[in-house]
Design a binder for this molecule. Sequence first.
Ligand code: ATP
Ligand code: MG
Length: 608
Amino acid sequence: MQKVGFFRSIHTKVVLIYIMLIIIAMEVIGLYFARELEQTLKTNFTTSLEDRMNLVEFSVREELLKERSPDDPTPQKSLRTVLSGFTSEDINEIRVINAKYQILATSVLENRGLENQSMKEDIVRKAMTTESVQESTNLEPKTRKRVFVQVKPIMDGSDVLGTLYVEANIEKVYKQIDEINQILAGGVAVSLTITVIIGIFIAQTFTRPISDMRRQAQAMAKGNFSRKVHVYGNDEMGQLAIAFNHLTNQLQESQSTTESEQRKLASVLENMTDGVISTDRKGRISLINDSALMMLRVTRELVINRPITSVLGLEQEYAFEDLIQMKESIALDFSTEEQPYILRATFSVTQRETGFVNGLIVVLHDNTEQEKIDMERREFVSNVSHELRTPLTTMRSYLDALADGAWRSEDIAPNFLRVTQTETERMIRLVNDLLKLSRMDSKEYELDTEWVEFNHFFNSIIERFEFSKSQNVHFKRLLPREDLFVEIDTDKLTQVIDNIISNALKYSPDGGDVRFGVTTSGDFIKVMISDDGMGIPKANVNRIFERFYRADRARSRAMGGTGLGLAIAKEMINAHGGDIWAESEEGKGTTIFFTLPYEQQQEDGEWG
Ligand code: ATP
Ligand code: MG
């Protein structure tokens, strides 16, 4: 923050104003005082002079009116005596002037040469003519001293006998005034110094809390709320300081609330499985959570500040403004040939109350599974319809032929009827299989389990096939000697093993081997059924567990298969907590493995 200049600071201003006010007050008082003093001193001076002059006038008049004797014809001598009696320190000279403006006598010895000379100065004339006292203060050019001149007419009734001319030394009065003024100035200086000191002190009481608050505000701007302003008193400043401290507390509280809200929001965003992206009002990404980064397979540095349309790969179809208007969610298809990957993006606009658009929030949801399920369902329906249509069309053509007269032929009719019978059976099997799968999908069924010794159970199924088989195929058993107890639904597992063995037989060549094996590994037993048959192309090995999948459609249909056997087997094995998979080499043979959980202590025969 900027530093306040010396002359701009309140501190200096207050002190200056203070000094200014004192100076003005002192000046006014001083002026008034000096003028009054001068007036009083001057008045005192003149009154004292006048009093003496009245006495002089009285004595002089007596002398002037006195009968003169022949040995003393002029009053000069006696006038001199009178005048000399009145000379004092402050009276320089007294002259007596007659009505003809002739100086009759002077009190100053050196000026006696002026006696009998005329003196027609203005002030004298004026006093004579106006018959009133005339006064003036003159500066004596030689001594540069002020001289007070008073001319007083000497009256005898209404006659003017002459004038008294007095020159008095008024300089002393001025000197006195000067001295008093000096004392006054000294007093002003001392009081000014004291007021400056007091002023500085008082100003500090204002400015200290203010600069304290300034420092506090600076600290607050940097995020430090721990400081407090010192409260010096309960005046307005003190209350301001209290209010300021209160404000600091409030600010700190709201700041910490905002921070904790932000932390909450951040943790919500980070822990969301959905991706969240927010943009500024120009559509540039300002925030993106980890889920969104993972979904879009990008890094934060790569996408921050980049346009949302290009990051979502929508720049061809949409502008940012279109996304703002977007009411419905849109699917973003990032699927590759091997893997489907579909995200669903929902948009919502962040707006101010005025309607001004602040930005956009995009929520991304991984919709691949849903889309996959939808796709599978569509495929399943089309597969089912297809599987049902094939036997139905076959049956219709045979029934048409029978209706057209083939029923009469004893050679053809039973044959045709057998075909329709087979097709019907096939359809019944298909529908039964579908029902089984649907029951398993909706988890309507329950496993009816019991503890059985697996080798014995497995062997009984193998024996059944061995007795009934029509092909020239050799069965080879690789079964362990020890007892393996498993908890299984025997009906369901019989279906599974039936299907695997019948597949092996279906695809086995004449004279081929079918091997049966059981091993244990950890908490599972692993069952293996392998053949020397035609095998399955590598890419499709694991697809044989999909519904309706058949590696060689024509051939397997000819063998009467629907393509649901292994799909059902997989559901059942999974329901038992096991796993099923296949290994195959084209032209060499196929091996189907499945596992079932078992408990090792059963080996000891404790339970069984
Ligand atoms: P279903 O069992 O419903 O009567 P299916 O045998 O055709 O019909 P699955 O048992 O599900 O159906 O088998 C699916 C496909 O996997 C078969 O059509 C076949 O192409 C292939 N397959 C299964 N077992 C073998 C095997 N042992 N050797 C070669 N191919 C096999
Ligand atoms: Mg089968």
